[in-house]
Design a protein around this ligand. Structure first.
Ligand SMILES: Nc1ncnc2c1ncn2[C@@H]1O[C@H](COP(=O)(O)OP(=O)(O)OP(=O)(O)O)[C@@H](O)[C@H]1O
Ligand SMILES: [Mg+2]
Length: 231
């Protein structure tokens, strides 16, 4: 579904992505883990067209989308939930979702989204600012889904959430997988990534240096943690 080959991205003289290779098959969830500053967010920003790569290719369903403008990438079917959520604080739950709906949603109309996220269903008329961190994250995901994306990019959705809320997030991500959504999940939370992903990838200094299925990942978890993830 999403295929990344030899992706390189610079910020001025700083060479951040140094040849990222990543395959995300349709209907699957791929998690990318890595320490702070290794280039995880830069990867999703480059996919989204917010940052221009200096080399490499990005393909969506075998069609090159490399360096397309963000609106073109979005229209091609990629939805992005950025780090920090960025919902509209003064809009209600329903308004936050409605403003992102470009054409009448087919796969994910409002009613289905409110059913998928029961706490949003109960707080339809609450403003964004009145929601808890977990509810804001769910709202950010709902807002991305209303565009009926082929691929969903989630950048550290568990950030700042309590363990119980992270479990609810895992439940929702699994439901999305069952519904056929393809997801690229950026995470620092190994447990969440392990609980939902079909494939786990570790990024170090702008490159994917390790990939495994959840079973192998669990077996090698202790080594992976000390070698690639702890500071
Ligand atoms: N707009 C920018 N201009 C210059 N350098 C940047 C910019 N954005 C990020 N960087 C640098 O690029 C590197 C990778 O940043 P990136 O945000 O992709 O990391 P990350 O893996 O998402 O980290 P985190 O886990 O903290 O979110 C870091 O060294 C960061 O300081
Ligand atoms: Mg980041």
């Amino acid at each position: 579904m999403l295929s990344i080959r030899g992706l390189n991205t610079h910020y001025g003289a700083s060479h951040v992505l140094q040849g990222v290779d990543l395959e995300l098959p349709a209907g699957r969830i791929a998690a990318v883990l890595g320490r702070n500053g290794v280039g995880k967010t830069t990867t999703v920003k480059t996919i989204m067209g917010l940052v221009r790569p200096t080399a490499g290719e990005i393909a969506l369903e075998n069609r090159a989308i490399t360096a397309w403008a963000p609106h073109q990438v979005a229209r091609a079917g990629v939805a992005y939930v950025p780090e920090g959520r960025l919902i509209f604080p003064d809009l209600t739950v329903v308004e936050n979702i409605r403003v992102a709906e470009r054409t009448p949603a087919k796969a994910w109309p409002l009613e289905r989204l409110l059913g998928l996220f029961p706490s949003l269903g109960e707080r339809q008329r609450h403003k964004g600012a009145q929601l808890s961190g977990g509810e804001q994250q769910m709202l950010a995901i709902a807002r991305a889904l209303v565009s009926d994306p082929k691929v969903l990019l989630l950048d550290e959705p568990s950030q700042g959430l309590a363990p119980l809320v992270v479990r609810e997030l895992a439940r929702v991500i699994r439901l999305l997988r069952e519904a056929g959504v393809t997801i690229l999940l950026i995470e620092q939370n190994m447990k969440l990534a392990e609980a939902v992903a079909d494939a786990l990838h570790i990024m170090v200094k702008g490159r994917i240096v390790y990939s495994a299925d959840p079973e192998r990942f669990r077996n090698e978890e202790a080594q992976i943690r000390s070698r690639y993830l702890t500071v």
